[in-house]
Ligand binder design. Structure first.
Ligand code: P53
Length: 479
């Protein structure tokens, strides 16, 4: 048994999911269609989520895994009971915008959608589980994409503001931890999934992405403002797809490349946590002739309403090279990176680096000095269940154990202020990157395959009891 120093008593242990990857019930109770519904599994998925191939509706010959997913919509009581059995202190989940505003631009919300999340939050509270709610986890109503062009359009700020006002008021007292945009930097890598952006031929894509990013940043500041007005107890965080870049060698050009790549991602958090655009970004706009429209009111909002905490996902570190001849990249990740020869990889080619988590935690803490929250971490793997649905997932336990140790070192040895840890996909769900079901992260196995076959039966994996013990022992027993 590995003995660790105790985590803080109020440390928020838990797990994370996202609406579109687990709820299913895509057309139930008045829900409207979103970008995340119309992204199929298969080779067209990447060009579609990158905004390079148009898919605005369901088309014959494709399978759309989010339509039914694991049907959390009809299983949430059973699923939350299992989370409670593991001892979760928090459950990170997201709201599907199109359940509340099916088209996105209505003035009145859909009561059935509001009632659904109210029930989910009450179910969490019944077990003393604190909901941690992502307001948008990659979802944007299709109507806002078709009619307004997604986040490239300034009007999206107002529609998002309406959504925030409605949910902050309705769930006052039920929810206090909010995240404004999941992996806000994803807009650069998967703009259709991240911000409902589809590019027309000949368009300056950088310009469109950074203008849309500006709208999201302003919307995030506005959400923070409203959240604090509605309930001063509300805590609002930003959310970054994190993972430190290492230079490929000690050559200064490699170090410089790593720094540049880090800045591409930290740019968003620099604005959300510090309240203003960093000079390197303003200079980039200038040198690349990107004309980003910003009003004085926008800048004032950014300045006055910075986030209360910083959350991030961490799966892997990354490697950058300043040498154009070095181009052997890792597979299977939206963030293509140079391969790191010192690290093992998952079955999907994601490199495994627990110390990288400690490094990332320290870097973000040094940069912002605001409380941190790890809201995603985990291993996507192929699980082979026995007849009862039990999976001996020691590989997952090993991955999580090493990352929990790294996080413990960051808190106990380095003094990083970390509020909590939610593992990704605590129950098996659809992969965002590939659309597969067989890329599983959960402590709970769900009987469903890539083609949508299966009974949806839930069963505990070996890691279920392991994580339960980790939480019960305040992270001291990682055995
Ligand atoms: P999947 C890529 C790189 C880092 C984070 O990813 C990413 C992605 C998207 O693939 O997204 C986050 O399912 C995201 C989750 C997602 C999770 O990582 O591709 O917030 O929605 O499921 C894991 O294995």
């Amino acid at each position: 048994m590995t003995k660790q120093a105790k985590f803080p008593k109020d440390f928020l242990w838990g797990g994370a999911t996202a609406a579109n990857q687990c709820e299913g019930a895509y057309d139930v109770d008045g829900r409207g269609l979103a970008n995340v519904d119309v992204v199929p599994i298969g080779e067209d998925r990447f060009p579609i989520i990158a905004g390079q191939k148009k898919m605005f509706d369901f088309k014959d010959g494709y399978f759309y895994p989010a339509k039914e997913s694991i049907d959390f919509y009809h299983h949430y009581k059973e699923d939350i009971a299992l989370f409670a059995e593991m001892g979760f202190k928090t459950y990170r989940m997201s709201i599907a915008w199109t359940r509340i505003f099916p088209k996105g631009d209505e003035s009145q919300p859909n009561e059935a959608g509001l009632a659904f999340y109210e029930d989910v939050f009450k179910e969490c509270r019944k077990y003393g589980i604190e909901p941690l709610v992502t307001i948008t986890h990659f979802d944007c109503p299709m109507h806002l994409i078709k009619e307004y062009g997604g986040w490239r359009n300034r009007q999206l700020i107002t529609f998002y503001e309406n959504l925030c006002r409605v949910i902050f008021n309705r769930y006052k007292g039920l929810v206090t931890y909010w995240l404004t945009f999941n992996e806000i930097n994803m807009i650069l890598h998967a703009p259709f999934m991240g911000a409902g952006l589809y590019f027309e031929d000949g368009e300056n894509q950088e310009q469109v992405k950074y203008q849309a990013a500006h709208h999201e940043l302003v919307a995030s500041a506005l959400a923070t403002k409203i959240a604090h007005e509605v309930d001063p107890n509300n805590k609002v965080g930003c959310m970054l797809a994190a993972g430190q870049y290492y230079p490929n060698t000690a050559h200064p050009v490699d170090y410089w490349a790593a720094m540049q790549s880090d800045r591409d991602n930290y740019f968003f958090i620099d604005v959300q946590a510090r309240g203003y655009y960093p000079n390197y970004a303003l200079k980039k706009f200038e040198h690349e002739n990107l004309n980003i429209v910003m009003t004085q009111e926008d800048l004032a909002l950014l300045k006055e309403h910075t986030v209360d905490f910083i959350s991030f996902s961490y799966y892997s570190s990354r490697v950058a090279s300043g040498d154009p001849k070095v181009n052997e990249t890792t597979q299977g990740n939206i963030f293509a990176s140079i391969k790191n020869p010192y690290l093992d990889s998952s079955e999907w080619g994601w490199q495994i680096d627990p110390l990288g988590l400690r490094i990332t935690l320290n870097t973000i803490w040094d940069r912002y000095q605001k409380p941190l929250f790890i809201v995603e971490n985990g291993l996507g793997a192929i699980d082979i269940p026995d007849a009862e649905g039990y999976v001996e997932d020691d590989y997952r336990i090993d991955y999580l154990r090493e990352h929990i140790k790294a996080m413990n070192d960051a808190i106990i040895i380095d003094g990083v202020d970390l509020w909590g840890y939610t593992t990704w996909g605590c129950i098996d769900l659809v992969s965002a990157g590939t659309g597969e079901m067989k890329k599983r992260y959960g402590f709970i196995y769900v009987d469903r395959d890539n083609d949508g076959h299966g009974t949806l039966k839930r069963s505990k994996k070996k890691s279920f009891d392991w994580y339960k013990k980790v939480i019960a022992s305040q992270g001291t027993d990682l055995g």
